[in-house]
Write a protein that binds this ligand. Structure first.
Ligand SMILES: Nc1ncnc2c1ncn2[C@@H]1O[C@H](COP(=O)(O)OP(=O)(O)OP(=O)(O)O)[C@@H](O)[C@H]1O
Ligand SMILES: [Mg+2]
Length: 445
């Protein structure tokens, strides 16, 4: 039972439209259509049938009256008079066809309320054999009655026996529903616009783009959500700012002390221990410089439109200048809106790592409707699976043991990931088909 319920639920979710707009429309339209269908059905079934039966009864009463008269008064003058009365008082045009017989009965039309109710009503009253034709294309119905030695032919207007303009009712019904629908669409559109604006603003913020001209609008709940979003954004921005200021302050203060330290070391003269101390201080200083640069750079760079294919090619050229075999390819529309400098630093850091550890670099870019994906492959030693999370930590260097003088500060991947995340994306590390490391940067566009 539950399984069936679940299956129905998932089917229902698949079939239902995904957008709020379409869903709200369905919520409004479905009851309307249901209500109108029920109304129309009941109306047709009851009212319409009843009226048609009444009209049919009235006409068949007239016809039987004329038949009775024509059987009672048979002189030519009488018949003329009867014809006149039928024409003027009953709206029936009649004719006497002496010496004729009834034609054989025609085929019965299906689903004709007129035929069944009219023939039924006439059969209840008429005691003579008769023949009817309600189907013809004209707006007349024809009845023939067998008299003693002639046939009485009667034409009645179709509308006399039949409620013919009931479609007007349907036209009114459909027309008003269309008007209702238009009004509903207009209102809904206005209700849903603020929600869409909020979604757009949140998405842009996630991608690290500016949100221009966004303000709370619409229904109370939507406005509440928008205000909460703005508040959250402000808090996050403040926090980032705080972090940047603090980092810069700390690095700066320590640099001052370090400079003093170096000066004091210079006075200590030469010696193996002093030399080692000096080296350590140098390393500390370069780390601090890198950190300081990182903290400084973090201040909000505005997003701009950039040709990524060109940027990647530029990076490849620089790599080649450093003596590596580098390639760069790109697939898809290369123009994206990003913080160009931060993004370039992200890719450059990855390429610098690849150059430091390998001899070949392959840069591949691909862009589809949602993502921009750039991968950097090298043929170096790669990074073991269990260290791939660690290397993103600031100042962490795996090759500190491998070779001391390969002088990185261990901030490259940290900075790269920071840039990718500021764009709402991330970096992942994997195995390259070239044998070394594959770093993939994926950001939403
Ligand atoms: N392509 C690579 N192949 C092998 N090891 C790598 C590769 N890229 C990074 N690593 C390892 O990850 C560590 C961290 O890299 P990261 O770029 O953060 O620092 P770094 O290159 O040592 O210094 P920096 O980039 O600041 O000059 C490196 O020390 C290195 O051991
Ligand atoms: Mg590096």
């Amino acid at each position: 039972m539950r399984q069936q319920n679940d299956r129905f639920g998932s089917w229902f979710n698949r079939v239902m439209p995904k957008g709020l707009y379409a869903r709200s429309l369905i919520i409004i339209v479905t009851p309307m259509v249901l209500l109108q269908s029920v109304l129309a059905f009941v109306f047709m079934e009851r009212h319409y049938n009843a009226v048609t039966r009444r009209l049919s009864a009235a006409v068949s009463q007239d016809i039987t009256a004329i038949t009775d008269l024509a059987s009672a008064f048979t002189t030519d003058d009488d018949l003329d008079r009867i014809r006149q009365i039928a024409q003027e008082r009953m709206g029936l045009s009649i004719e006497f066809l002496p010496g004729e017989r009834l034609p054989p009965p025609g085929p019965k039309p299906f689903f004709s309320i007129l035929d069944s109710s009219f023939t039924g009503e006439l059969g209840k009253r008429m005691r003579r054999p008769f023949w009817t034709d309600t189907v013809g294309n004209s707006n007349l119905i024809e009845v023939r009655v067998q008299l003693d030695n002639s046939v009485l032919r009667i034409f009645a207007r179709r509308s006399q026996a039949y409620l013919s303009n009931s479609h007007i009712f349907l036209v009114w019904m459909v027309g008003t529903s269309l008007v209702l629908l238009a009004v509903a669409i207009l209102f809904l559109r206005n209700q849903i616009k603020p929600i869409e604006a909020l979604a757009d603003a949140a998405e842009a913020f996630g991608k690290g783009r500016d949100v221009v001209g966004f303000r709370p609008r619409g229904a109370r709940e939507v406005r509440g959500a928008a205000r909460a979003f703005i508040e959250m954004r402000r808090r996050i921005e403040r926090q980032i700012e705080q972090r940047t200021i603090m980092l810069a302050g700390v690095s700066h203060d320590m640099r001052t002390i370090l400079t003093r330290f170096k000066l004091e070391l210079a006075f200590l003269g030469d010696g193996a221990e002093v030399e080692m101390l000096r080296k350590d201080v140098d390393e500390l200083q370069s780390m601090l410089e890198a950190y300081l640069a990182f903290a400084r750079d973090d201040t909000g760079e505005p997003p701009v439109q950039v040709d990524i294919a060109r940027m990647l090619d530029d990076i490849r050229l620089n790599a080649e200048r450093q003596g590596a075999a580098a390639t760069a390819t790109f697939r898809g529309n290369p123009v994206v809106t990003i913080r160009a400098d931060a993004y370039r630093r992200c890719i450059t850091n990855l390429v610098a790592n690849a150059l430091r550890h390998g001899k070949r670099v392959e840069i591949t870019g691909a862009r589809d409707a949602r993502w921009l994906l750039v991968t950097v492959d090298d043929d170096g030693p790669g990074i073991p699976l269990d260290r791939r999370d660690d290397v993103f930590r600031p100042f962490l260097r795996l090759d500190a043991a491998r070779n001391q003088d390969a002088g990185g500060s261990g901030l490259g991947l940290t900075i790269a990931r920071d840039a990718a995340r500021a764009h709402g994306g991330d970096i992942s590390l994997g195995d390259s088909p070239l044998g070394g490391l594959r770093a993939s940067v994926r950001i939403p566009v």
